[in-house]
Design a protein around this ligand. Structure first.
Ligand SMILES: NC(=O)C1=CN([C@@H]2O[C@H](COP(=O)(O)OP(=O)(O)OC[C@H]3O[C@@H](n4cnc5c(N)ncnc54)[C@H](OP(=O)(O)O)[C@@H]3O)[C@@H](O)[C@H]2O)[C@@H](O)CC1
Ligand SMILES: [K+]
Length: 514
């Protein structure tokens, strides 16, 4: 499990060491970690260190200090090094060390941003050490001009020091302009803003570098399940199971207008491990559903027993909406888990049970919050994903899964998971219906016993109040892995994602036996 912390949490963990006069030691560790990361990046491209060039963009705080000390190390190892001081001044000790190691220094001013950008852009590596966890807002003035010009010139390799300057380390909010990094070297621990959109999109790969305060860290602000974690909690049928104990999922989805959504979600649930899927919807839609997934059962009347529900994909028309309303009321009364997507989000009661999983995209999340009179737009949600997903979980009382390049899952207890296994090609029609099916299958499977204190989540140390959010994170992870496997770098359809799901399960099961 990868844990991420806010800048404030990390500063608090560092404070005892700073009080003990260890600040300089921490900075040296950070600088060595950063320098080693640059070396490895060059080597991975088959480049020699000697004769390669690096420029550090250094702000006036400790982030700039880290960058300058790292550049001094790289200068001593044979790299041509340049520093651009973006605030006129810089950490005195680090600047001294950089000068002593033979680095060249330029001072950014009102008139030379473009000229410096041209000078730097040809370098093999640019280190962004302008702002770190001490930033308030983003870059302005000549520093902003420099970043805009540099971004246009497409520098070869950008390595961000702790966070890309302009990304809020706590929230992932981005104050443009930001230089997009290939790699972010995070000191002490990953910052929460590197695992939430839009910040994650600027950070590239994130490499945590321990600097000695890790034991003092509090509970993380954000967690990400690794492949190993997902494999460990994946439902694994024992010898004595049958289709009913494996988990039966009821699906209210599709309509005359959107038949594909029903077909996709039913098929996805069937391949994602549900013991059985019962489909509730009009006969015309059911025909198409069964053509694609003959294993599913059409329920024209009162449905047989189910362990969990999926409602919403492609839902339209009075009849289907009423069906979904009835099912939501029954699920609530029976204490059954439900995955609520798309059209069914509008049917939710004011407060939901904590084992319901709502799966809005940014626009739907804005509408959901609007019901509680929080007036936000889709753009607001997209720019502060972590904040608004937390707020939605708090307001609705349910687990809220906000779909995006990085999928955030907030539990009403305050825990947040972040998964990012997918790829941009997955932004395609029907992809969300497939996610709904996978989540529904997992909900039905875990409903029986998965959430117990002797279940798989407890074994991973996940607290009871966080387990449904963790289950949703498992679903997001499988969906992302299946999409990336199906894409292999190229375009794909939602049906391709469905076809890739069993392979992902097999690979995860193998992981488990290793
Ligand atoms: N704590 C530790 O022991 C360790 C910390 N470490 C490192 O330190 C980093 C945190 O350092 P930091 O606290 O000095 O803040 P940092 O982000 O470098 O600079 C901010 C400075 O810039 C200014 N400023 C603020 N906003 C601005 C803006 N929008 N545009 C322009 N300027 C702005 C503001 O100055 P002010 O305006 O308040 O005078 C402030 O002084 C952390 O990310 C990690 O890299 C590691 O070495 C390990 C040990
Ligand atoms: K930085």
């Amino acid at each position: 499990m990868i844990s991420a912390f806010t800048g404030t949490q990390i500063r608090a963990a560092e404070q005892p060491l700073l009080d003990a006069g260890e600040g300089a030691v921490l900075m040296q560790r950070a600088a060595h970690g950063l320098a080693n990361a640059v070396v490895n990046e060059l080597r991975s491209e088959g480049r020699r260190l000697y004769g390669s060039s690096v420029t550090v963009l250094a702000g006036k705080g400790n982030n700039g200090g880290d960058g300058l000390f790292a550049a001094a190390i790289l200068a001593r190892r044979g790299m041509r090094t340049t520093a651009v001081l973006t605030a006129g001044s810089a950490h005195p000790g680090a600047l001294g060390a950089f000068g002593a190691a033979g680095g060249r220094i330029h001072v950014l001013d009102e008139n030379n941003a473009e000229e410096l950008a041209v000078l730097i852009a040809g370098d093999d590596v640019v280190i962004d050490a302008i702002l770190g966890t001490g930033a308030r807002g983003g870059l302005g003035g000549p520093a902003a001009e420099l970043i805009v010009a540099l971004q246009e010139l497409k520098p070869k390799v950008v390595v961000a020091c702790d966070v890309p300057s302009g990304v809020d380390a706590d929230t992932g909010e981005v104050h443009w302009p930001v230089l997009t990094a290939r790699l972010t070297v995070a000191f002490g621990a990953v910052k929460a803003g590197l695992m939430a959109d839009p910040g994650e999109g600027c950070a590239g790969r994130v490499l945590p570098v321990p600097i000695g305060m890790e034991d003092s860290l509090p509970l993380p602000a954000l967690r990400r399940l690794s492949v190993r974690d997902v494999a460990a909690v994946l439902p694994n049928p024992g010898r004595r199971v049958h289709k009913y104990t494996r988990g039966v999922l009821g699906i209210v989805a599709g309509s005359e207008r959107y038949t594909g959504a029903a077909a996709l979600s039913v098929e996805a649930a069937s391949v994602a491990g549900a013991g059985m899927v019962r489909y509730l919807g009009p006969e015309t839609v059911a025909r198409q559903v069964l053509e694609r997934t003959p294993e599913a059962i059409w329920e024209p009347g009162e449905p047989g027993r189910v362990q969990a529900w999926l409602l919403g994909p492609g839902l339209n028309g009075t009849e289907q909406l009423q069906r979904a309303r009835d099912v939501l009321a029954a699920a609530s009364a029976a204490g059954q888990p439900a995955v609520v997507d798309a059209g069914a989000l509008e049917l939710l009661p004011e407060r939901c049970p904590p084992h319901w999983i709502l799966t809005p995209h940014a626009g739907e999340l804005a509408a959901l919050l609007g019901r509680g009179e929080v007036c936000v737009t889709r753009e607001d949600v997209e720019s502060r994903t972590l904040h608004f997903v937390r707020l939605a979980a708090e307001h609705t009382g349910a687990v809220v899964l906000l779909k995006g390049a990085t999928t955030l899952i907030a539990s009403p207890s305050g825990a947040v998971f972040s998964q990012s296994e997918g790829c941009p090609w997955m932004s395609t029609a029907g992809s969300g219906d497939v996610l709904g099916g996978i989540l529904g299958a997992l909900a039905a499977t875990y409903a029986e016993s998965g959430m117990d204190d002797d279940g798989p989540f407890a074994a991973q140390g996940i607290e009871p109040a966080e387990r449904w959010a963790a289950a949703a994170a498992v679903g997001a992870s499988i969906h992302g892995m299946a999409g990336s496997a199906a894409s292999a770098g190229g375009p794909l359809t939602a049906s391709d994602i469905v076809r890739a799901v069993p392979g992902v399960y097999r690979a995860l099961m193998e992981h488990r036996t290793r």
